[in-house]
Design a protein around this ligand. Structure first.
Ligand code: ME8
Length: 673
């Protein structure tokens, strides 16, 4: 792939020559809707691995991207009255923006609608037909198709009902290209036997093996009835059907399809060391994908890791049920590290885990504010007070034995290596508790006043600061922002992400190093308002405008706008807008977000309810000029009538409304047009 064209957001650059390489991928996410905490989960986990591997000396390539073809994209676009291209352009941007917001260090980003990708898919199928002439053949496809939902319901002719609308699906029959998956059964079983690490965790390998042993059917890999896809080479009536197209992105994303043997990047990084996926797509990755590659005589990925599902408040996330959590509000309210820490600490990686806002806030307070944040502030503040901001000289040189008996590598690292993130984090936090307990026992704040104890004070604070440095480096893959901050306050040079963990030895903190005291690394929060802020922002993403009923609310950042047909001037002229002057404003009991306003619109004073209470104090509004939609049908909210709507702008999912107003003099009632 041409990085410059496909990676507009300048993702993290790959490292220097001469290092071992590590190539990892997330699934290529469907661009039919915006990402939620589930898609962010896999991407964050991969980011932790990428950062950890870099700190272990690897040259890491990290690919993510968007899956932009297929019937569900066509359907989603149709529902919104836009073209599939418009839909995927919008959603792809939302994915990219989110990865930027989350500080994801991917090196490559692939869109399956890019020309590089189409070229790669066509190249792969041509190569396959050359190397394994029997692997692909044309035959009649018979399946069940729902004409109401435009959905392939089943790939067999037996009667079936549509899972979406429940109606009987129609029998369709067309000529397709098939991949002879059945011919790869033995080779796949041999692969699983020779490389049991190929599928992880182990219990997933057992599932995959049983599936293959039970017999494999050939799979259709093209469609004639779909337009939105990559044309089959020399037979453009057909387009590639989803999985052949989607899986190839793992290679096209690093330049497969450029020339006969792929770009230099492809040659360097392929095969992938790790495809990280959710458990529901394991068969495609552990059965189809290696078979496609065997037929093309290309090297196979080294490992597929299928993690569990993130449930939301104990239920499977489902957009139709409205129980989907979005990452943006959490990140905007508590910061990136809070979300990362919670996901990695709370979920035992590989198993299903629960996502709960309560648990997120509890962990934030207990482990980040009172744990790491508090330790850093205390230790650095004491060094500032007692040693004029310079790291004191210790009296012994191996005080780490106070905390652990083995080498530093025994903390967290083997857990990181095995992708046991919650155990890695637990190890690090155990270390934090030990340092806390050590401080409580030694009481540096007490002995500081007596010069007799100066040596002991030096020892205690050096030990605590050096432990903090080690904790900071080990926690960096999980908490990249906070740890970089602590690192800097500890007087350590450079970016922690460039630090090599094999250089992490006790005594690395030089006595005399100048430190500084941080502001709160993790600011304290009040539980209830924080919870409500996150909830309100999530509602706003789910249902733009609904939380601010009487103020016009632009769609949340990145939300896909409804059918964007152009309107004529006559449509606009239907809206009557007038200058209003706020005469009175008050809060409404039991409605945190609403204000009740009396607004003079020239010839009358209207009561208007506006969802602006979180952004404006009622007393600040009196006398203010606003823009009022005056010909809206009156509406009741909380038992009160609202007779008009104020115009306001807002930016981003957390964007508070900002009222439209006037700078020049203008009387109440003047028309706005
Ligand atoms: O399947 N918990 O795309 P997709 C944990 N385009 N992980 C979750 C999750 C949840 N609740 N929800 C989603 C596709 N994920 C195909 C993939 S790859 C060649 C093509 C994550 O948008 C998890 O990684 O449905 C899952 O496998 C992936 O998002 C599915 O993303």
């Amino acid at each position: 792939m041409n990085r410059a064209s496909s990676s507009k957001d300048k993702p993290f650059a790959t490292g220097a020559q001469g290092k071992p390489k590590f190539y990892l991928t997330t699934p290529i996410y469907y661009a039919n809707s915006r990402p939620h905490v589930g898609s962010a989960y896999t991407t964050i986990v991969c980011d932790v691995i990428a950062r950890y591997k870099r700190m272990c000396g690897y040259d890491v390539a990290y690919l993510t991207g968007t899956d932009e073809h297929g019937v569900n994209i066509e359907r989603a676009a149709e529902k919104q009255g836009i073209t599939p291209a418009q839909l995927v352009d919008r959603n792809e941007k939302i994915f990219r923006d989110l990865w930027k917001l989350l500080g994801i260090t991917h090196t490559d980003f692939i869109r399956t609608t890019s020309t590089e990708h189409a070229r790669a898919v066509q190249h792969l199928v041509r190569r396959t037909m050359k190397r394994s002439p029997d692997a692909i053949y044309k035959a009649k496809y018979e399946g069940r198709y729902c004409i109401y939902d435009n959905l392939y319901v089943s790939d067999t002719p037996e009667p079936a009902n549509c899972p979406t609308c429940g109606r009987p699906a129609e029998l369709v029959s067309e000529e397709n290209y098939f991949f002879r998956l059945s011919a790869y059964q033995d080779k796949l079983l041999e692969l699983y036997k020779a490389q049991p690490q190929f599928v992880q965790p182990d219990f997933r390998l057992n599932e995959v093996r049983s599936f293959v042993e039970s017999g494999l059917k050939d799979v259709s890999i093209s469609r004639k009835s779909i337009k939105w896809g990559i044309p089959w080479p020399d037979d453009p009536e057909h387009v590639f059907y989803v999985w052949y197209d989607a899986l190839t992105s793992y290679m096209s994303g690093i330049g497969y399809g450029e020339g006969e043997n792929g770009s230099a990047e492809f040659q360097k990084y392929w095969p992938a060391d790790l495809h990280m996926i959710g458990k529901e797509i394991i068969r495609f990755h552990a059965v189809y994908w290696p078979a496609f590659l065997m037929a093309a005589e290309l090297p196979l990925p080294k490992q597929i890791f299928a993690h569990g599902w993130l449930l939301f408040e104990q239920e499977k996330m489902s957009k139709s049920k409205g129980n989907v959590a979005y990452p943006e509000p959490i990140v905007k309210v508590l910061g990136n590290d809070a979300l990362r820490y919670y996901l990695l600490r709370e979920v035992v990686f590989g198993q299903d885990g629960n996502f709960s806002r309560e648990a997120l806030l509890t962990r934030y307070e207990a482990d980040l504010v009172n744990g790491l944040g508090n330790l850093a502030s205390r230790v650095l503040a004491m060094i500032e007070s007692y040693f004029e901001s310079h790291v004191p000289e210790p009296t012994s040189d191996n005080a780490i034995t106070k905390f652990i008996s083995g080498p530093i590598e025994s903390i967290a690292r083997e857990h990181y290596d095995a992708y046991r993130f919650s155990s890695a984090v637990q190890d690090i936090w155990r270390f934090i508790s030990q340092v806390d307990a050590y401080l409580v026992q030694e009481k540096p704040w007490k002995i500081a006043s007596d010069p007799i104890h100066r040596g002991q004070l030096r020892e205690v604070l050096y030990t605590a600061a050096e432990a903090l440095r080690i904790i900071t480096a080990l926690a960096h893959p999980v908490l990249p922002e906070a740890t970089q901050e602590i690192w800097r306050h500890l007087g350590q040079p450079g970016r922690l992400e460039d630090f090599q963990l094999n250089e992490l030895v006790w005594g690395g903190l030089k006595p005399g190093t100048r430190i500084s005291k941080p502001e709160a690394i993790f600011p304290r929060m009040e539980y209830k308002p924080t919870y409500e802020r996150i909830e309100t922002m999530e509602q706003e993403i789910r249902n733009p405008g609904a939380t601010q009923p009487a103020a016009a609310t632009p769609a949340a950042e990145g939300a896909v706008a409804p059918a964007s047909a152009k309107i004529g001037i006559e449509d606009f002229a239907k809206v009557e807008l007038r200058v209003g002057v706020v005469k009175a404003a008050e809060r409404i009991q039991g409605a945190d977000k609403l204000l009740k306003l009396l607004v003079d619109i020239g010839d009358e004073v209207r009561q208007v309810l506006a969802g602006i209470a979180l952004a404006y104090a009622p007393e600040d509004l009196v006398g203010r000029k606003v823009v009022v939609v005056t010909n809206l049908a009156p509406r009741k909210m909380r038992g009160l009538e609202s007779n008009g709507m104020l115009l306001a702008a807002s930016a981003g999912a957390d964007g508070k409304p900002v009222l439209c107003t006037f700078v020049e003099e203008i009387p109440a009632g003047a028309k706005v047009k």
